[in-house]
Design a protein around this ligand. Structure first.
Ligand code: UDP
Ligand code: MG
Length: 169
């Protein structure tokens, strides 16, 4: 009962939290963590002007990862993908801002690093599609699903970003 009330309160608090734009889910994959790219990647999103509202380092379970990549369950690489994603800790994040889903995908680059332009994360830091360092939601709808899969409402922090005044008209 207490959990239910707290959950409802957290939900209300979350929806009452108004910042500019939308939210997206980002995960630095196990290769990104092992290769010490966490700071570099966060730095890029911060410098861009996006607002960090959720962040944690975790060892994701196969169950969570199978659900996260459920749309790809019939692809031949699905099992290998789940194995790779559970091979070490990942950094899960939620970023907020105007058109943030599209902006983050552009900053990440193409799925295949070989097709990713220099200046993008995959263009700069990796070579193979099966070890492509980072995940970003591909639509507002999947962002919503992924955020609720990876984060509890109370793990998303509503804070006033004072840079907002200098970023938005
Ligand atoms: N992937 C892979 N082989 C492929 C295509 C995809 O190993 O031929 C992996 C890769 O890690 C990719 C993830 O599966 O990031 C999810 O694929 P998706 O098509 O959703 O690409 P993304 O949205 O990550 O760019
Ligand atoms: Mg995808």
């Amino acid at each position: 009962m207490i959990c239910l009330v707290l959950g409802l309160f957290a939900g209300l608090f979350q929806t009452a939290c108004s910042g500019p734009g939308e939210r997206t889910f980002v995960a630095i994959k196990p290769d990104g963590v092992q290769r010490h790219l966490v700071g570099e990647i966060i730095r890029r999103f911060e410098r861009k002007g996006l607002q960090l509202v959720g962040l944690k380092l975790l060892q994701a379970s196969e169950e969570l990862l199978r659900e996260h990549y459920i749309a790809l369950r019939d692809r031949p690489f699905y099992s290998r993908l789940v194995q790779y994603m559970s091979s070490g800790p990942v950094v899960a994040m939620v970023w907020q801002g105007l058109d943030v889903v599209k902006t983050v995908r552009t900053m990440i680059g193409e799925t295949n690093p070989a097709e990713s332009l220099p200046g993008t994360i995959r263009g700069d830091f990796c070579v193979e599609v099966s070890k492509n360092v980072i995940h970003g939601s591909d639509s507002a709808e999947s962002a919503g699903q992924e955020i609720s899969l990876w984060f509890r409402p109370e793990e998303l922090i509503c804070w006033e970003d004072t840079a907002e005044h200098w970023l938005y008209a």
